[in-house]
Design a protein around this ligand. Structure first.
Ligand code: GAR
Length: 224
């Protein structure tokens, strides 16, 4: 049973780099196809283009420096505690990892069970981790793609929400394949956010079921 809301879903995005997935979500919100409000964009990299993109759209772009915690045995947890403080201050309901190249700890995972998503450029469970487009080509895959999943403590392991597939062409390089996959990322990430906003994602163990939605004209959610 989905709960009808009249206020916009409060979303935070964690990003370390380019921020094209962040941009896709911003664009979908601005176009009215995703009914959510980005209340914080946070990066562990001061110069992340993602922060600049956020600011260009009038969103709060916050650099949280990992350095003060470096060297401590609990450096990752301590960093995540600081992030959690910010996320709670902003009443964040959904966290999106969008090219966030830092492993999140139990501190964040437990605070956002089934409320934190990640996008990954492979058809999980194949090729978790890094350089995955290169690995897909080298393995001889004929199909590659991307996955949006809920975040658990295991890296790239959580319940799968949406996937999209693309062909691997004979003359693909990691870059050409990555570009083809990225186009799909920009479609499925906003879609996953909207499904969440509509309360249509039901998680049972490892499986995520997408419940039927109301016909568009009956939807009463107001855009942000
Ligand atoms: C995207 O391809 C995303 O899937 C990947 O990093 C890129 C970030 O691009 N994420 C991972 O590999 C996470 N395991 P973006 O900064 O332009 O969104």
């Amino acid at each position: 049973m989905s709960i009808k809301r009249t206020d916009a879903l409060r979303v935070a995005v964690l990003a370390s780099g380019r921020g094209s997935n962040l941009q896709a979500v911003i664009d979908a919100i601005e176009a009215g196809t995703v009914q959510a409000k980005i209340v914080a964009v946070i990066s562990n990299k001061k110069e992340a283009p993602a922060l600049e993109r956020a600011r260009r759209h009038g969103l709060s772009g916050l650099f949280v420096d990992p350095k003060p915690y470096a060297g401590r045995p609990d450096s990752r947890e301590a960093y995540d505690r600081e992030l959690l403080t910010v996320l709670r201050q902003q009443d964040v309901e959904l966290v999106l990892l969008a090219g966030y190249m830092k492993i999140v700890t139990g501190i964040l995972v437990e605070a956002f069970v089934n409320r934190m998503m990640n996008i990954h450029p492979s058809l999980l469970p194949s090729f978790p981790g890094l350089d995955v487009q290169k690995k897909a080509i080298e393995w001889g895959c004929k199909v590659a793609g991307c996955t949006v999943h809920f975040v658990t403590e295991g890296v790239d392991e959580g319940p799968i929400i949406l996937q999209a597939a693309v062909p691997v062409l004979d003359d693909d390089t990691p870059d050409t394949l990555a570009a083809r996959i990225l186009e799909q990322e920009h479609k499925i990430y906003p879609r996953a956010v909207q499904l969440f906003a509509e309360g249509r994602l039901r998680v049972e163990g490892r499986r995520v079921f997408i419940e039927a939605g109301k016909p568009e004209r009956e939807s009463t959610r107001s855009p942000s």
